[in-house]
Design a protein around this ligand. Structure first.
Ligand SMILES: C[S@@+](CC[C@H](N)C(=O)[O-])C[C@H]1O[C@@H](n2cnc3c(N)ncnc32)[C@H](O)[C@@H]1O
Length: 257
């Protein structure tokens, strides 16, 4: 294949999405950046098989935010990117999924712009679309929904975000895809029922999507919290609510290989 891809110039930062897990979901630009980067600053969600595609002499540095107490502060991450670029490195900031979907990519790009560092954004396949496809759940299907909404379950204090109008959200979107929401699952399900969604609304919890360890729990709004407590699934995980979940019984295709 011959395809003219842009040069990764020294002293610049590429902010790249690595997709939800399966290395085959990397974009051509992401693979090109991995082969050319001097320094890769990656977050905790990036699969080891993807990091293995970095050039042999490249430095790999984990600066993942995990929501835990010892996560690096966002300011330290952006300062590091700026420092490396100013030292003339080709800096690859590699993030899980898409860098502009619930991933602090915009903050990092803003900091680079403020420091006059040239940067490029390479979108990736977000977990809430590509990861769900690996569980046989399309985010839209003609017979099911005309709307889908992506929502974070993690507000500034770790609780459900206070700036969401939960009544309107519950009533207004046929399909809801929640990121970072598993810890709030019980509260979330109760809030959506209070907003008028039926307790029988289908719900799926999709853990480690698009990886060999993917696991899917299918339930409904009324029972999901109890079912997830009885069968805890590891992070990262997504929650999807709405009629498209029903298609997984036919479209479930991923065998982990
Ligand atoms: C900080 S957000 C980053 C999202 C990422 N930028 C994206 O576009 O997919 C982390 C959340 O994404 C979801 N997530 C990311 N990768 C996942 C995967 N492989 N399987 C399930 N959920 C995933 C989980 O909800 C996790 O808590």
């Amino acid at each position: 294949m011959s395809l003219a891809l842009p040069e990764f110039r020294p002293g610049t930062v590429w902010l790249v999405g690595a997709g939800p897990g399966d290395p085959g979901l990397l974009t051509l630009l992401a693979a090109h950046a991995l082969a050319a980067a001097d320094h890769v600053v990656h977050d905790a969600l990036v699969d080891r098989r993807i990091l293995a595609l970095a050039a042999p002499g490249a430095e790999l540095e984990s600066m993942g935010k995990r929501g835990g107490a010892d996560s690096p502060k966002q300011a330290a991450i952006t300062a590091r990117l700026i420092e490396l670029a100013q030292a003339g490195k080709r800096v690859l900031r590699l993030k899980g999924g898409d860098p502009f979907v619930f991933g602090r990519g915009p903050e990092e790009a803003q900091a680079l712009a403020a420091a006059n560092i040239a940067f490029r954004i390479v979108p990736g396949i977000t977990a809430g679309i590509g990861g769900l496809a690996y569980a046989g759940i399309p985010v839209t299907a003609k017979e099911c929904n005309s709307t889908v909404t992506f929502v974070t379950g993690h507000g500034p204090d770790g609780d459900l975000p206070p700036d969401v109008d939960w009544d309107k959200l519950g009533a207004g979107s046929q399909v809801l895809v929640f990121y970072m929401a598993v810890r709030q699952l019980e509260k979330l399900a109760a809030r959506l029922i209070k907003a008028g969604r039926p307790g029988t609304d289908p719900v799926a919890l999709v853990s480690k999507a698009a990886s060999p360890d993917q696991a899917v729990l299918i339930s409904d709004l009324e029972r999901i919290a109890a079912d997830a407590a009885a069968r805890p699934l590891p992070a990262p995980a997504l929650i999807v609510v709405g009629p498209v979940v029903g298609l997984a019984s036919v479209l479930d295709w991923w065998d982990g290989a």
